[in-house]
Design a protein around this ligand. Structure first.
Ligand code: URA
Length: 435
């Protein structure tokens, strides 16, 4: 077998066998395939697609291409969630303590910000002295004792995906369903959890632009996980609007704590978090979704989830008093407040635009390894559907950067949209699959 045979076969639209895909992934990791041939393969997949079997083989071989976490010590209680990426998405900070308070074992590896979307590890690092690296022994002991530990990725999970992802990024081959599904699921399988809940986003701030495309991606990922014996569920949620009122690391931690403390009605953020936590509890304890949701709601309302959150922050060396003293979190100076240009309804907040602005304010990295301004970001004072008066403040921008106007250019012009008519309310969740 040669890689050229495989390339030829894929170009003609035929399905590859497990052996052919294994051959490809092994040679890829051994650096024996030049990038131009791999890029040709990726482009062929974009055009002719992959069958469910091929997508599974590719995922499984990528999952086995590096390190894997063995969570068998937690039996069938290990649970994980994955979001396909969103702006203002701080649900892990709410879902993980709720699920841990219910008895799930959350042994989680999370990522840093990617593109214009934030990452849980950056958010956690905005908590003074919180440690995102733990030795393996301490990681397992913490999960055993308090049910939750979240660390940055260590070792090499799915290195084959790392190579493919880097090439996809520069060859216009990111937006292929089998390539996205196999990329995400290879890392989830290697991360070891028995129960996996996926939050698949659609909209301007997401890879998938429509609910139908997001549902197709979710179905493909559910299929892959189930073939490996994992219990799987997925939630299809809106990412046309940022999730919640804040975008930016410490601002998001502050908002997540407000939801845990019941200080806000929480809106879409609370609903999406409870749905994800409910699905995770339902999967783990084999309950109907409604029961999982009710348990999640109880644990949020009776303060057990908040208690678990402070336990978790303290266990990882962080300042657990932040829950009572949010002013201990960094907050950069408010450099600009955008106001309503006219009387009317706030009809849209563009999530993609909010993500780009947050990054420019310093909440994300322009280049690999850049330092983050943990106190930077956006705080929306109104949500979509609110009536606002001309001149009323709508969003505050926080940053340490000077010369904000030249930094942002005319980007803020596309952030907020107003209309004379009250916009139709958008549901934050359009579908729940698998529970
Ligand atoms: N996230 C991933 O990890 N991979 C993709 O292909 C898309 C989103």
């Amino acid at each position: 077998m040669t890689f050229d045979d495989i390339l030829q076969k894929k170009k003609q639209g035929a399905a590859l066998s497990r052996e052919e895909i294994r051959f490809f992934v092994r040679r890829l990791v051994e650096e024996q395939i030049p990038d131009y041939k791999t890029a040709a393969f990726l482009m062929a997949v974009c055009f002719v697609g992959m069958t469910a079997e091929e997508t599974f083989y590719l995922t499984d071989e990528m999952a086995k291409s590096g390190d894997a976490l063995d969570l068998s010590a937690f039996g069938d209680l290990s649970a994980d969630k994955h979001s396909t990426g969103g702006v203002g998405d701080k649900t892990t900070l709410i879902v993980a303590p709720i699920a841990a308070a219910a008895g799930c074992k959350i042994a989680k590896m999370s990522g840093r910000g990617l593109g214009d979307t934030g990452g849980t590890i950056d958010k956690l690092e905005s908590i003074p002295s919180f440690c995102v690296t733990l030795s393996e022994d301490r990681f397992f002991a913490q999960v055993q004792q308090i049910g939750i530990a979240v660390v940055g990725q260590s070792g090499e999970l799915a290195p084959a995906d790392k190579k493919l992802y880097a090439l996809r990024d520069v060859t216009c081959t990111v937006d292929s369903l089998p390539l996205i599904a196999s990329s995400i699921m290879s890392k989830k399988l290697a991360a070891g959890a028995h129960n996996i809940v996926l939050d698949v986003k659609y909209g301007s701030g997401a890879f998938m632009k429509t609910p139908a495309d997001a549902a197709a991606l979710a179905e493909a990922m559910l299929d892959i996980g189930r073939r490996k014996g994992r219990r799987m569920a997925a939630v299809i949620s809106d990412m046309n609007t940022p999730l919640g009122r804040c975008v930016g690391n410490a601002l998001e931690v502050r908002e997540a704590m407000q939801v845990l403390k019941g200080e806000t009605d929480g809106g879409a953020l609370r609903e999406v978090s409870l749905t994800l936590a409910g699905a995770m509890i339902a999967l783990t304890f084999q309950l109907p979704f409604a029961e999982g949701f009710d348990r999640a709601q109880q644990l949020l309302e009776n303060g057990k989830a908040l208690q678990k959150f402070t336990e978790w922050i303290g266990a990882q060396g962080g300042d657990a008093a932040v829950a009572d003293h949010p002013d201990r979190l960094p907050l950069s100076p408010c450099a600009l407040t955008l106001t309503a240009p006219q009387d009317g309804y706030l009809s849209a907040i563009d999530a993609g635009c909010a993500g780009r602005i947050a990054k420019l304010l310093g909440a994300g990295r322009q280049n690999k390894g850049d330092a983050i301004d943990y106190g930077a970001g956006l705080e929306f004072l109104h949500t979509v559907g609110d009536f606002v008066k001309q001149g009323e403040p709508v969003v505050r921008l926080y940053t340490k950067s000077e010369d904000l106007r030249s930094l942002l250019g005319d980007l803020t012009a596309n952030l907020l949209w107003f209309s004379d008519k009250k916009p139709q309310a958008q549901k934050p969740i359009v579908q729940i699959l698998g529970v």
